[in-house]
Design a binder for this molecule. Structure first.
Ligand code: ADP
Ligand code: MG
Length: 233
């Protein structure tokens, strides 16, 4: 399988504060990788490094010239532009009707961000990342503020789009259900200076609904692992 990303002996420090401590990782094209790690462990820093928004202190990142769609935790829509114009702003030739339809936003093209619910705004953020037809979709705690039902419905839509397009996904979340719903691989991080301390393969089929028995079984195993690898400090 072709690689999407190779990370070799990656370190990142801000002055005397070491954030990322010797990360080594290879991600294949089309894989879905989810990071679970405590706040401040450098997850956003890592995502910014692989998006070339930030330089590593040392180490090598090979990210094989690809288009990246980035969804941030807080909506970053342009407030005075409509939903449609927010999308066309990032890709003026993009098929906004198609992507809005797939994300259940048909009929809201002319709404301003302030006229949408939080869940709808995050759907627009996702649509804005996907309208660039990315090879790599990065989700940085993108759905953390949403309620369970909205989250489940967005996960379903992302999984459907992934089935069709097989872009690579790198996501960060604190939500174990969200992680299990999205991931082929889950990477568990230590606190800062953060290291990769464990990787879990997620061999679930296409049924990734939050209440599927296989997902619930894995969730309870994951809780055990998290509790044994991340003692409270
Ligand atoms: P996470 O996303 O895991 O919560 P971050 O990557 O946002 O963590 O931050 C990790 C650490 O790096 C934090 O202690 C934060 O203060 C520090 N940090 C992040 N960006 C900068 C910066 N530009 N300058 C200095 N310190 C930073
Ligand atoms: Mg973060």
């Amino acid at each position: 399988m072709d690689n999407c990303l190779m990370v070799d002996k990656l370190y990142k420090a801000y002055g005397s504060l070491t954030v990322l401590d010797n990360w080594n990782l290879t991600i294949s094209k089309g894989q879905r990788l989810v990071f679970l790690g405590p706040s401040g462990s450098g997850k956003t820093t890592f995502l910014r490094i692989i998006s070339r928004l930030e330089e590593p202190s040392s180490g090598v990142i090979n990210s094989f010239d690809q288009k990246i769609g980035f969804v941030f935790q807080e909506p970053r829509l342009i407030p005075w532009r409509s939903v449609k114009d927010n999308l066309l702003f990032v890709n003026q030739h993009g098929d906004y009707q198609d992507i809005l339809g797939r994300l259940r936003l048909t009929g809201f093209e002319d709404y301003l961000p302030s006229q949408l619910s939080g869940g709808m705004r995050q759907r627009v953020n996702l649509a804005r990342a996907l309208i660039t037809r990315p090879d790599l979709l990065i989700l940085d705690e993108a759905f953390s503020s949403l309620d369970l039902r909205v989250k489940a419905s967005i996960m379903e839509d992302i999984n459907q789009l992934w089935q069709e397009n097989r872009f690579t996904i790198i996501a960060v979340t604190h939500d174990l259900k969200e992680a299990l719903c999205l991931a082929d691989r889950i990477i568990i991080l230590s606190g800062r200076p953060s290291k990769i301390i464990k990787e879990i393969k997620v061999d679930l089929g296409r049924d990734r609904s939050f209440s599927s028995p296989d997902l619930l079984q894995l969730e309870s195993e994951l809780i055990d692992i998290m509790c044994s690898t991340q003692p409270e400090v």
